[in-house]
Design a protein around this ligand. Sequence first.
Ligand code: PMP
Length: 285
Amino acid sequence: RTVYVNGEYLPETEAKVSIFDRAFLMADGVYEVTSVLGGKLIDFEGHAVRLERSLGELDMKMPMSREALLEVHRELVRTNEITDGLIYLQVTRGAPGDRDFLFPDPETTEPTVVLFTQSKPGLANSPVAKTGIRVISIDDLRWGRRDIKTVQLLYPSMGKMMAQKAGADDAWMVMDGKVTEGTSNNAYIIKDGKIVTRELSTDILHGITRAAVLRFAREAQMEVEERSFTIEEAQQAEEAFITSASSFVMPVVQIDGTKIGDGKPGARTARLREIYLDESLKKAV
Ligand code: PMP
């Protein structure tokens, strides 16, 4: 596999980053994951805009123009012959010569920029979309700026381990009695025919897939309610699902062992998945 590191395309075995990199020492970096379907990028623009925002919130700048970034994505898709898969992008505050809590001077410390591809043949035809996933609920013990897409993923990683140990597929995190989001996705229920998902704030990541799905849902005359909900309300909902760049729209059929509806993926969820994939493919670059 060819990867991109700081301006160079290299075989993955030759790519190197300093041990003083701030992301390695302090999780001082942000990332994006963009999906590739049929060799094209899904919602590149949305991911580029969010990257710039995440960097800005941490006093960092875009390491290159949006056009240049798109070209790096495309070059990796070409070189690695990716038809369906993901592109991982990480920008860190770089590697000053020593460990220090204070941010280094951006004039002398360049950001570290890394991109690599992950091939996932048949990404959009995952059999799991037909059966749905089971989630457990866990306390949301993350820091308070979840709107910044940092590489600080230890708690989400622990959450996935807790889910696996409980025989489930993922975890929904709960703060003050209400669901915030999934470990790597946004959470939704459908109640009285309305799509319900937590409102945007610093408590959740502003999903690029979330924005697209809500827009397509409104265009298809489906009602949307942006508000938080409890696990109990979700367990009694008509349908439940998650969204993310890698799973698109994925049905949730069980929460803490309780089946949602008849325990099968809901019809509206399936329709939303179809609309999302159709519309996103039309706009793919
Ligand atoms: N919430 C969290 C915590 C995430 O990690 C992700 C995916 N990285 C999402 C939501 C979904 O965001 P997107 O649709 O942009 O992939």
